[in-house]
Design a protein around this ligand. Sequence first.
Ligand SMILES: NC(=O)c1ccc[n+]([C@@H]2O[C@H](COP(=O)([O-])OP(=O)(O)OC[C@H]3O[C@@H](n4cnc5c(N)ncnc54)[C@H](O)[C@@H]3O)[C@@H](O)[C@H]2O)c1
Length: 265
Amino acid sequence: MNDKWLGLDGRVVAVTGANGGIGRAIVRSLLENGAHVAMLDREALAAQDVATLLANTGGRCISLACDVADDEQVKAAAEAVSRQLGDCFSLVNNAAVSVPGPLDEIDLAAWERQININLTGYLRCARAFGKSMRVHGAGSVVHVASIAGSNPQPLSGAYSSTKAAILMLSRQLAFEWGPHGIRNNVVSPGLTRTPLTELYYADPQMHRQREEAVPLRRIGAPEDIANAVVFLVSDRSSYMNGAEMVVDGGFTQSLMSHIPRPRRS
Ligand SMILES: NC(=O)c1ccc[n+]([C@@H]2O[C@H](COP(=O)([O-])OP(=O)(O)OC[C@H]3O[C@@H](n4cnc5c(N)ncnc54)[C@H](O)[C@@H]3O)[C@@H](O)[C@H]2O)c1
C-alpha cells in the first residue's frame, strides 16, 4: 500500500546489505511507499528476484554487486545509482558481518575485517552517497547498529565494538553534516530473526527462552526494524539528527529483572 504520509514518492534511496533479512524488509517497505531503491550487496540479485520485490509497488528498483569494504566498488556504485535512478536522497547503511569469539583469542584479521565492513564501510558509503546529498543540500543517512553496541554479550567483542563505534560515527556525522541539510540517525535492532541469527532459533527451547527475555514476549521481525528505518529516511523525522531509535520490544529495559528480590521488599 502506498503511504503518502511518508512522502517518499520518487525519492532515491540506496540500501547496503539489501539482500539480507532486515535489508530486504527495508527495500520492500521503501518500494511500497513509492521510493526508487538501489539494492547493494556482495552479489546482485537475479532479475526475477528484483521483479518479485517490485510487484504491486510504485517504485523502481535496481540491484548492484558492491562490496562495502572496497573503496572503488563503493564509488562506482554511487555513480551507477545516480546514472540509473538519479541522485540519492537517502542511504541506509545496513551491511554487516559477525565473527564470534572471545577478545583474547579472536584472530586480528577477523577483527579488522569486521571493522572494515561494519564501521569503515558505513563511513565509506556515507561519503560516496553523501556527495550528491551535499550538492542538493538535503539528505538522510540511516545507520543500522545494534543493541549489542551498548550492551556486552558473550563472544561478541569485535561485532559489538563496531556497533558501538557506529553510534558515535552517526552522532559525529550529524554534527558535521547537519549544516549541509543532511541528517544522520541510528536504528538499533534488538533480537530479530534473520539469516544472520537463524542459528539461535533452530532449537525451540532456545527460541522460547529468547522470547521470554523480551517484555513484549516475541522476537522482532525484519519488518519491525524496517518501519523505524523508513520513518528516519522520510521527512517525517525532519528534526531528528544524531538520534538512536532502539527497536527491541523493551528488551534493554529488563536488566533489573535479573536481580532476585523478595515480593514484599
Ligand atoms: N538480526 C538481528 O538480530 C540483528 C540485531 C541487531 C542488529 N542487526 C543488524 O542489522 C543489519 C542487518 O542484519 P541481518 O540480520 O539482516 O543480517 P543478514 O546476514 O541477513 O544480512 C546482512 C547482509 O549484508 C551483506 N554483506 C555482508 N558483508 C558485505 C559487504 N562487505 N558488502 C556488501 N554487503 C555485505 C550480506 O551479504 C547480507 O545480505 C546488520 O547491520 C546487523 O548487524 C541485526
